[in-house]
Design a protein around this ligand. Sequence first.
Ligand SMILES: [Zn+2]
Ligand SMILES: [Zn+2]
Length: 225
Amino acid sequence: MHIHSSLSPCGDNDMTPNNIVNMAKLNELDIIAVTDHNTCRNCSAAIKVGEEVGLTVVPGMELTTSEDIHVVCLFPDLESAEKFDKYVYERLMKIPNEADIFGHQYVMNENDEIIDEVDMLLINSCDISIMDVKEVVNSFGGVAIPAHVNRDSYSIIAVLGEIVPECNFDFIEVSRSGKPENYNYPSIQNSDAHYLENISEKGRFIELEKNTARCLIEYLGNGRC
Ligand SMILES: [Zn+2]
Ligand SMILES: [Zn+2]
């Protein structure tokens, strides 16, 4: 539920829509989410490739809040994700990307052809607070999950010292590479892959009535589908 593509400056240029989807298929995954930093613009291509080979691709984004906290945002359909993408881009700190330092930010089509390169650096923070993020993402039909809470950087615990109860999160994301602690929240665990070899094999399971993005969002929002 947390994979970066070539659109994230830190994502490898080999993280093309076809490579991501086919690596996930090789690893026998049933469902993945593409979650670039502060953008959903490679979700369309990944969803199309997924449909061709029978893999569910959930449109998503890893949002950076105004406090520099990463939050995985997942959506039931591309339309909702793309509306949220526009909302976030208007609130993104506008600093030009220096591709030599941070990496390229390629938007690709379903044939892995580069159709655009985003010129503003996508890893900066947005003018959306962690205190409001759940409500904002819900208003676009999606769910917000604080990312890698047990890591020392860009996590809610690293920045605020705790998973602030007032944020009302339903799920949290726990990183395999972080401190192994118990939190009083239901959790998901993701690869946060930036390179093809980071895409994991089947690990944890969620029982869904149907293998669709909408069903997953319902489950992560209210625990059932
Ligand atoms: Zn992150
Ligand atoms: Zn990430």
